[in-house]
Design a protein around this ligand. Structure first.
Ligand SMILES: Nc1nc2c(c(=O)[nH]1)N[C@H]1C(S)=C(S)[C@@H](COP(=O)(O)O)O[C@H]1N2
Ligand SMILES: [Mo]
Length: 235
């Protein structure tokens, strides 16, 4: 098994993210993906519409920028390129060149992705993982999966895609603390795993040991948040 530079395998596939100890967001009864920005008019795509598009299966590894990799995950959903060409592109205003997309989750998390990276052949809107519907830990009801970029690109609980004609400002999260944290970490614009594009300015070797040290704490907190969501509260 070959992992990208600086990655180490982890047992299973942990819940991980800037949500830390917070439980996953509740899934709406009729979930939609809202499309806005450089379109003639914003619109909402019911998630149920994904079932009518050509389906795509993909087995890939998942690499967090902190340094862990989960291997051999089987995703099912719709290729993002299919979704873009069939659902979004017809509504893009003529003479508009979309350069970046912002993928937003129900928890407010945002990832900024260049058009080139978003339309890569292996990028998916995934609704199923290893033969089951995506669970709350991994991004129910649907998430982006971009296996050749670090995990922070793969927004979970996807509910909104924003189209931009220039690189958008770094507005990663509505929580000021998380926003500050991500601003300090300065995620790489492209985040390609084989090029080891971890930090926007610092060389990968210099951030590797620092990032690696935060894995146990984030993993523990994330697991705690997911347990909280499963334990019924007081009546
Ligand atoms: N909505 C949302 N998506 C997110 C995150 C998050 O905090 N919220 N964290 C990102 C990070 S840093 C990683 S490594 C992966 C982790 O995915 P997993 O929890 O399925 O392992 O989700 C990414 N997508
Ligand atoms: Mo991550």
């Amino acid at each position: 098994m070959t992992l990208p530079p600086g990655q180490r395998p982890i047992d299973g596939f942990p819940r991980f993210g800037t949500h830390l100890h917070r439980p996953p967001p509740a899934v709406p009864t009729d979930p939609v993906i809202e499309i806005s920005g450089a379109v003639a008019k914003s619109f909402a795509v019911p998630l149920a519409a994904l079932a009518t598009l050509p389906r795509r299966e993909l087995t890939s590894d998942f690499h967090c920028v902190a340094g862990w990799s989960a291997t051999h995950l089987r995703w099912e959903g719709v290729a993002f390129e299919t979704f873009y060409r069939m659902i979004i592109e017809p509504s893009v205003q003529p003479d508009t060149s979309v350069t970046h997309l912002v993928f937003e989750g129900l928890d407010g998390y945002r990832s900024i992705v260049s058009m080139e990276d978003a339309l890569a052949d292996d990028v998916l809107i995934a609704e199923r993982l290893n033969g089951s519907p995506l669970d709350a830990d991994h991004g129910a009801p649907a998430r982006l999966v971009s296996p050749n970029q670090y995990g922070f690109v793969s927004t979970k609980h996807l509910c909104h895609i924003e189209l931009h004609t220039a690189e958008p400002t770094e507005n990663y999260h509505p929580s000021p603390i998380i926003q500050l944290g991500l601003q300090l970490v300065k995620p790489h614009r492209r985040a390609r795993i084989w090029q080891e594009e971890r930090h926007r300015h610092l060389p990968a070797w210099s951030v590797r040991p620092v990032y690696r040290h935060v894995i146990p704490a984030i993993r523990l907190l994330s697991a705690r948040g997911s347990r909280r969501s499963r334990t019924p509260g007081p009546p």
